[in-house]
Design a protein around this ligand. Structure first.
Ligand code: TYD
Length: 207
């Protein structure tokens, strides 16, 4: 009796990796959920996740948003540690299992927000791409700062509000600087949630 011949190597399952980015108030979290539901309706297994995560580094970052204790450097380090853990424990395993992974924010937010705090966006990108896989598709939800800011209930002309808008303006510009890359699509996020979902589905179907 001869030994059974080794089973042919199974083809590597290939997941799909989509990231949704944009400044606060562009409706990312709703759109991530809806896109996930659409893929699930096609019978795909879906992992929805977000950054900062709910892990220890992400929690530290969320807490600091209200207490304001972290220096720009500490904050950057925390985002990187949070992301390393996210990539290793969730993102890679899900992609290897063939799932559709959809993230609400990823390292493009670090480029934009920590870029707006004075770091070089290109350098931040390099640090991230050393360990974090690039998505197959990056959807940038784009909206004017004034409109986005009003959607999240901020109005007014105090110095603080002005500063916030200035910094969001810088974030928007950094996001927009990515728009011509082959894996990036810009999505107009004005109008209703349904209109924006429609635009996203259009992009995803044609991608
Ligand atoms: P967000 O998910 O928008 O917060 P919430 O769930 O409270 O609405 O993200 C929190 C903040 O973190 C947001 O202002 C953007 C910022 N952020 C960075 O500054 N750098 C990053 O790398 C990421 C992922 C987020």
């Amino acid at each position: 009796m001869s030994d059974p011949s080794p089973a042919p190597a199974a083809p590597l399952p290939k997941g799909l990796f989509i990231v949704i980015e944009g400044i606060d108030g562009t409706g990312k979290s709703t759109q991530v959920k809806r896109l996930g539901e659409w893929y699930a309706s096609l019978g795909r297994e879906v992992l929805l996740s977000r950054e900062p995560t709910d892990g220890p580094w992400g929690r530290k970052l969320r807490e600091s948003a209200s207490t304001g204790r972290l220096s720009p450097q500490e904050e950057l380090d925390c985002f990187l540690k949070d992301r390393r853990q996210h990539v290793e424990e969730k993102i890679r395993p899900a992609l290897e299992a063939g799932k559709v992974v959809i993230l609400d924010r990823y390292y493009f937010s670090t480029m934009a927000y920590q870029g707006a705090r004075g770091f070089d966006p290109a350098e931040i990108r390099r640090m991230n791409e050393a360990f974090a896989p690039r998505p197959d598709l990056l959807l940038i939800l784009d909206l004017e700062v004034e409109a986005a800011h009003e959607r999240i209930g901020h109005r007014g002309d105090s110095a603080n509000e002005f500063e916030k808008r200035e910094s969001l303006q810088r974030c928007r510009e950094i996001f927009l600087s990515l728009k011509d890359e082959p894996f990036v699509r810009l999505v107009d996020s004005s109008g209703s949630l349904d209109e924006v979902s429609g635009r996203i589905l259009e992009v995803v179907k044609n991608f």
